[in-house]
Design a protein around this ligand. Structure first.
Ligand code: FES
Length: 108
């Protein structure tokens, strides 16, 4: 059975201003607000060593701060070259005004 991980409060996330969340058991995560809805992806760009929360959000698209590649926030799909590998997305659960995701099953 998996537990939920609390990332941040819903009010911490502003439209167009993604934030980074670091939890010891997870890769760096980015939390976004798009049209009043919250989304979570990995924060590390799949093209290089850049954090997407340092990039530029335009609606449902996050542009990497390094080489101008971009991803669709809702699906993680790579949208602009040089990004070609999708970014991982996480289903979001809102609980008591907290942004949560399911804790991944531990592989032993
Ligand atoms: S590191 Fe993100 S586009 Fe190159």
């Amino acid at each position: 059975m998996s537990d939920k991980l609390r990332l941040c409060e819903v009010s911490d996330v502003k439209e167009g201003e993604p934030i980074q969340v670091l939890l010891k058991q997870m890769p760096a995560l980015a939390v976004y607000k798009v049209d009043e809805e919250i989304f979570v992806t990995d924060n590390l760009c799949t093209h290089g060593n850049a954090m997407l929360s340092d990039g530029y959000q335009e609606g449902d698209v996050i542009e990497c701060p390094f080489h101008g590649g971009s991803f669709e926030i809702k699906t993680g799909a790579a949208k602009a070259f040089p990004c070609q590998i999708p970014i991982k997305t996480y289903p979001v659960i809102i609980e008591d005004n907290w942004v949560c995701i399911e804790e991944p099953e531990q592989v032993s």
